[in-house]
Design a protein around this ligand. Structure first.
Ligand code: PLP
Length: 401
């Protein structure tokens, strides 16, 4: 594999202070460029840049890869969530239970779809929604629950499904991060009524801009989502409005996927399995270096996935003492990190009207204080992982000295 843009390998003795960006896919792009270019040229030749044949081709390929009966390509993971909630029948004012620890779009989408987010805490170990907390916060107005699969493993879907069955809730999944994650062979997003994927560039399958998809096995839900992404237009005529072709059946959005994004994603899908395997190797290398380093409280490999679920590492997240100091130290050394997630959603200004105070969801709050994501992507080299680990060791050694 040619790695012309990668930093030099570190020598075995001495310390080379080469930078390690949080995310970089220039090698992947260089390797896949002939395929990407061919696909893009096909889009140019057809001259249909939105909602065209390339989107349909990518949807079919992704359906095969995930096993989903229906894939609806859209312009972002966030819009996929809004369309999913609307297509699943959320009505104004109904409540949807979401974890307090997740990307903000999980809860914003509920509001944008006309619903009310209700927060629940996360599990003791791992970062998924706690089924007991779901049970505790549900009210007679609760209609749905939307677990999120964060970082490297599925939420406790069997636990959530048990509560949902008992309380008559529809289960949707924010599986934006979860491409490749499966429970007993069933892909994330297909464990309830439907789910989403995000193809934001840094995600496990990333576009060259924004893109997303909705996954479901439910034909009616998929048909509604297809209408919603395209101004609410339906492909069939209505009996009551026989003269109107492609009638607008619902006030919709413009959430269509671009064909150029589909062209890139179709090419990158062929490397997805290899990329996931490389992520696993790199993550295991971090774990073996960082497990036991004083100051590192938890590494991903310490927490087993729920029974029946595998691990696909999108984000390599560790829990660190003096997290902010560590982040500053790494930044000064040219190493990129991300804080996922800096503030629990119940304490974000946009949800202040829900009336929560610090202490309401202690596990979500603790995760926000200690969690830091280290660079992890298939183009990362072993030497770069070692360099990050060396700097982490130095940071904590310096604290003790
Ligand atoms: C990335 C992400 C989203 C949003 O996806 P976009 O494509 O960036 O809109 C939603 N939820 C979670 C958990 C995510 O990680």
């Amino acid at each position: 594999m040619k790695r012309t843009l990668s930093p030099p390998e570190a020598p075995t003795t001495g310390r080379t202070r080469f930078p390690v960006p949080f995310f970089d896919q220039s090698d992947t792009f260089r390797e896949l460029w002939p395929d990407i270019r061919d696909n893009c040229l096909r889009v140019m030749d057809r001259g249909k840049f939105s909602h065209g044949a390339m989107v349909a081709e990518f949807e079919r390929a992704l359906a095969r890869w995930t096993g989903a009966r229906h894939v609806v390509g859209v312009n972002s993971g966030t819009d996929a969530l809004v369309l999913l909630l609307r297509a699943a029948g959320l009505r104004p004012g109904e409540e949807v239970i979401v974890p307090a620890y997740t990307f903000v779009a999980t809860a914003s989408a509920v509001v944008l779809a006309g619903g009310v987010p209700v927060f629940a805490d996360i599990e003791e170990r791992g970062y998924g929604i706690d089924p007991r907390s779901v049970d505790a916060v549900a009210t007679p107005r609760t209609r749905m629950v939307m677990p999120v699969h964060l970082f490297d493993r599925l939420a406790d879907m069997e636990g959530v499904q048990e509560v949902a069955r008992r309380r008559g809730l529809t289960v949707l999944e924010d599986s934006a991060e979860a491409i490749g994650m499966r429970l007993r062979g069933v892909h994330a997003g297909l464990l309830g009524a439907g789910g989403v994927l995000s193809f934001f560039p840094a995600k496990t399958l990333g576009a060259i801009g924004d893109a997303g998809a909705l996954l479901t096995d439910d034909a009616l839900l998929a048909e509604t989502a297809r209408a919603l992404r395209h101004h609410g237009r339906s492909g069939r005529t209505l009996d009551d409005f026989p003269g109107i072709a492609n009638p607008t059946v619902v006030p919709g959005c413009n959430s269509k996927m671009d064909d150029i994004q589909a062209a890139v994603l179709l090419a990158k899908l062929t490397r997805l399995d290899a990329g996931i395997a490389r992520r696993a190797e790199l993550s295991a290398r971090y774990d073996s270096r960082l497990r036991g380093v004083s100051g590192i409280r938890a590494v991903p490999g310490d927490t087993a996935p729920h029974p029946g679920g595998g691990r696909v590492v999108y984000v390599h997240l560790v829990e660190a003492e003096e997290r902010d100091g560590l982040v500053d130290h790494l930044a000064a050394a040219g190493i990129g990190t991300e804080t996922y997630y800096p503030v629990p959603l119940h304490l974000q200004p946009c949800f202040a009207h829900l009336g929560h105070v610090p202490g309401d969801f202690p596990r979500a709050e603790a995760a926000c204080e200690a969690a830091v994501a280290l660079p992890l992507h298939p183009d990362l080299t072993d030497a770069q992982v070692d360099r990050v680990c060396d700097e982490i060791e130095d940071f904590y050694a310096g604290r003790r000295a």
